[in-house]
Design a protein around this ligand. Structure first.
Ligand SMILES: Nc1ncnc2c1ncn2[C@@H]1O[C@H](COP(=O)(O)OP(=O)(O)OP(=O)(O)O)[C@@H](O)[C@H]1O
Length: 277
């Protein structure tokens, strides 16, 4: 495979299979896409089309005992597929980060937010505890959370889902990864919190040049945020296009069906409020 410096992430020939009692089952097949610096690539498709499996395989987070990942995943030219778990741990968070749908799953319930935040920073940097605390507080301010020092002393369950999602974004951005994979980052949130989270992602992209792989079933969010879009069905990519091209001139029948199925209200509402904020 030729390494192209125009891309931060190059995924090529990605196949994922899982071992089941019935034998080996393919989950995603023949996935190819690229992510350019400072751009947002939207990944859409109905439930079960393979979006989460794709993102977990990029992060090398699938169970290595039961699943097999083939193909190439190059992050800034470096092959991630097959890296040792330890090496991958040092890359995850620092160079490629994951924002998941349910932020509660990202935190250990019995450890205070501040301790988890500081530990993540110190795992990837040589900062002292005090410096890491200061960086964490600045990062929480950055995502417009009130009373960051107070939040540092709280346990995850003491925060709302929207606040926790923004804490996760704060942790993600303070390490300035070159790629963020956001898997349905707003699905579990109410409209106000959805808009806050989308604004933060947009700010990270424009201020730090972070590339974002945005997985969403919400085509309103995708049309607002993405530069390019990949459409998945039954574990395969059926269409890949510039966002305007995809929405104005969808080529594949499945894409046309997805676009026709979107509720008119949902696509207009967030767009309007998003622009106003
Ligand atoms: N461990 C597993 N064993 C068998 N099948 C699996 C396993 N993990 C996932 N699958 C199947 O792989 C397919 C893709 O799942 P995936 O979670 O990637 O879909 P998705 O597009 O992210 O859906 P959603 O939008 O609902 O999150 C699904 O049919 C799912 O049932």
């Amino acid at each position: 495979m030729i390494i192209d410096p125009r891309y931060v992430l190059q995924v090529s020939g990605l196949h994922v299979t899982v071992n089941t009692a019935q034998g080996t089952v393919p989950l995603v097949q023949d996935i190819h896409f690229e992510l350019k610096p400072g751009r947002v690539l939207g990944l859409v498709g109905e439930s079960g089309s393979g979006k989460t499996i794709t993102s977990l395989s990029l992060m090398q987070l699938l169970d290595r005992k039961t699943t097999r990942v083939e193909g190439s995943i190059r992050l800034n030219g470096r092959e991630l597929n097959g890296l040792k778990a330890d090496t991958m741990r040092s890359i995850r968070g620092k160079e490629i980060a994951f924002i998941m749908q349910n932020p509660m799953n990202a935190f250990t319930p019995v450890i205070k937010i501040g301790d988890q935040f500081i530990e993540t920073i110190r795992t990837h940097t040589s900062l002292t505890k005090k410096q890491a605390f200061e960086l964490a507080v600045t990062s929480l301010e950055d995502v417009n959370l009130p009373d960051p020092a107070g939040i540092m002393k709280q346990y995850p369950f003491q925060l709302s889902g929207g606040m926790l999602q923004r804490v996760m974004i704060a942790i993600t951005i303070c390490l300035r990864p070159s790629v963020i994979i956001a898997d349905e980052p707003t699905t579990a949130l109410d409209v106000t919190n959805q808009l806050q989270v989308l604004r933060q992602l947009e700010r990270i992209r424009s201020e730090y040049g972070t590339s974002i792989l945005l997985i969403s079933h919400d085509l309103g969010v995708i049309s607002e945020m993405a530069d390019e879009v990949v459409v998945m069905q039954h574990g395969r990519i059926v269409e890949k296009a510039d966002v305007y091209q995809l929405f104005d001139h969808p080529q594949h029948e499945y894409t046309k069906k997805l676009l026709n199925a979107r509720p008119a209200l949902q696509i207009n509402q967030p767009t309007k409020e998003f622009v106003m904020l």
